[in-house]
Ligand binder design. Structure first.
Ligand code: GAR
Length: 193
C-alpha cells in the first residue's frame, strides 16, 4: 500500500478529505499528519480519525537531524502539503525528489509567492475583480509556488462573490481534485496505471 504523509498548518479540511478518499480502498493510506502549529485544528482532526499526528517547531523542521528523520522513518511514497505554510528546505526536497506536492488556492503563476496563502490569495483575487479563480497542484521546488504544475481546475466568479464565497468555491475544487491527483501521481510512480 502506498504511504502518504500530510503536512498542514491550519484547519486540515483537505487532509481529512484525502484521508477519507483513500480509506475507501487499499491502494494508499495517510500514515501520518504533521503540523508546524501546536494548536492547528488538523492535529485534532488527525487524533479523531486515528491518524498518527506530530508537531514540530522551526528548528526541528530546518534541521537535517529533526523532523525529516521522522518523515524518512515513515517511508512515504508521497509527501502532501495541504495548507502547509512554511517553505520546504532544500535538503528536504533533495531527500524526496518528485515526491512532494502542494495545492495552491489560485491559478498559478498568478497569486503565488511568499505571503500568498489562504484568504490572502482570495482577497487579492477579489480586489483584482477576477472573473475566475481555481486551484493549482504542483511539485514542490526551492521557490514558493514555482514547481512543475501537475493539475489546474477553474471556477467562475461572480461580481457579487465575497472573499468567503471565493474561498468556498476554491475549497470545493480542492476536495474534488486533490485526492484524485494524489492517486494519479502515486500510480505514475511505478507505472502501474
Ligand atoms: C487550502 O485552500 C489550500 O489550498 C491553502 O490553504 C488552505 C488550507 O485549507 N494553501 C495555501 O494557501 C498554500 N499556499 P484546509 O486547512 O482546510 O485544508
Amino acid at each position: 500500500m502506498k504511504r502518504i504523509v500530510v503536512l498542514a498548518s491550519g484547519s486540515g479540511s483537505n487532509a481529512e478529505n484525502i484521508y477519507h478518499f483513500f480509506s475507501k480502498g487499499d491502494f494508499a493510506k495517510v500514515v501520518a499528519v504533521l503540523s508546524n502549529k501546536k494548536s492547528a485544528k488538523v492535529l485534532e482532526r488527525a487524533d479523531r480519525l486515528g491518524i498518527p499526528a506530530f508537531y514540530f517547531n522551526k528548528t526541528a523542521f530546518c534541521s537535517e537531524e529533526g523532523a525529516i528523520k521522522l518523515i524518512r522513518a515513515l517511508s512515504p511514497d508521497l509527501v502532501v502539503l495541504a495548507g502547509f505554510l512554511w517553505k520546504i528546505p532544500e535538503f528536504f526536497i533533495k531527500s524526496f525528489p518528485n515526491q512532494i506536492i502542494n495545492i495552491h488556492p489560485a491559478l498559478l503563476p498568478k497569486y503565488g509567492g511568499k505571503g500568498m496563502y489562504g484568504s490572502n490569495v482570495h482577497k487579492a483575487v477579489k480586489e483584482n475583480q477576477e472573473v475566475e479563480s481555481g486551484i493549482t497542484i504542483h511539485y514542490v521546488n526551492e521557490n514558493y509556488d514555482e514547481g512543475a504544475i501537475i493539475h489546474q481546475s477553474k471556477t467562475t466568479l461572480l461580481p457579487a462573490d465575497d472573499v468567503h464565497e471565493i474561498a468556498q468555491k476554491v475549497h470545493l475544487l480542492e476536495y474534488e481534485h486533490y485526492p484524485k491527483v494524489i492517486e494519479h501521481v502515486l500510480k505514475q510512480q511505478n507505472g502501474s496505471q
